[in-house]
Design a protein around this ligand. Structure first.
Ligand code: 6CS
Ligand code: FE
Length: 294
């Protein structure tokens, strides 16, 4: 077992500790590289990249696929409901149930960028549809994805990212993703301990791995919150340790995005660093086959 470089939920108090990993793993970009120096610098500094109008032609077919999965998967544990009502919040592992969603995340415009940022072959660790219905879609608390993947899934290092596609307009009002640019450069070691099957409640409402208001105030003293907005077909990539969250959707417009987490094949999870058992495969795949372009 490797050392725990990022202890969290191990019974101590909450503290900010340094990041020990690079943010961009690929070396200098060449003429053929999908991402140029300016884009790599933006990712390194801010922790995310936005590609407007990236794959607009896929939006309608993917929305149709999601409609189909909603009914076909009814009753399965991949479907997660909102904390306060019965609306659909998340569909996990859509890549398993939809060849078209699987193809999106192996797309020749997507996969090479991911490999470049992570500097290796990658495997698809988790996929999901996040659904924020009009009026009733609920928030996601501030968190670093990596914190959960480290503590609950055993991901050793920060060498993963999430790519996601907007399936309708993401405005300031319909519960868009909030990010804190630059926050991926520090790590919040959180308090508490992870109970058994924490995921059963955390996917509806996360309480562990959520920094306390005092820590968030400290982080926000020198940083800002940015809402990621865009038209359908916009692609976003965010780094695994970027602090992010999103507010309730009290607007009349739904918000729906489809996401995929890629992890470097050189960063295989091991035993969880802060939980008794690994989470199920629909949350953290143990199929480490390098993703191939479709
Ligand atoms: O559980 C996960 O893998 C992801 N979902 C949530 C709500 N928080 C942590 C992580 O981003
Ligand atoms: Fe997240």
């Amino acid at each position: 077992m490797t050392d725990d470089l990022y202890p969290s939920r191990v019974g101590g108090g909450e503290q900010i500790i340094p990041r020990l990993d690079p943010m961009v793993y690929g070396g200098s970009p060449s003429q053929e590289s999908p991402l140029n120096r300016g884009q790599l610098d933006h990712y390194e500094k801010n922790g995310y990249l936005v590609f407007p109008d990236f794959l607009p032609e896929l939006v309608q077919p993917l929305r149709t696929e999601i409609g189909r999965m909603r009914s076909e998967l009814a009753g399965r544990e991949e479907l997660v409901r909102e904390p306060e009502n019965d609306e659909l919040r998340t569909i996990f592992n859509p890549c398993r149930f939809s060849p078209q969603i699987d193809a999106l995340f192996r797309h020749p415009k997507v996969l090479p960028m991911v490999r470049q940022l992570l500097g290796s072959e990658v495997y698809m660790m988790q996929s999901r549809v996040n659904n924020k219905p009009a009026f009733r879609g609920r928030s996601f608390a501030w968190h670093s994805d990596f914190e959960t993947w480290h503590v609950e899934d055993g991901m050793p290092r920060m060498r993963a990212l999430t790519a996601w596609l907007m399936l309708n307009e993401n405005t300031h009002y319909n519960g868009p993703l909030y990010v804190i640019p630059g926050s991926h450069q520090l790590y919040v070691s959180c308090c508490g301990r992870t109970g058994e099957d924490n995921y059963k409640s955390s996917l509806r409402q996360q309480t562990l791995g959520v920094p306390q208001p005092e820590t968030m105030s400290e982080i926000l003293r020198e940083r800002e919150i940015h809402a990621i907005t865009g038209t359908p077909g916009t692609l976003v990539i965010h780094e695994c340790n970027l602090l992010h969250g999103s507010p309730d959707n009290i607007s009349g417009d739904p918000r729906q995005v489809v996401m995929c987490v890629y992890n470097s094949v050189e960063n295989r999870p091991q035993a969880p660093f802060g939980a008794e058992r690994q989470r199920p495969q629909f949350l953290s795949s143990r199929d480490f086959t390098p993703a191939a372009v479709a």
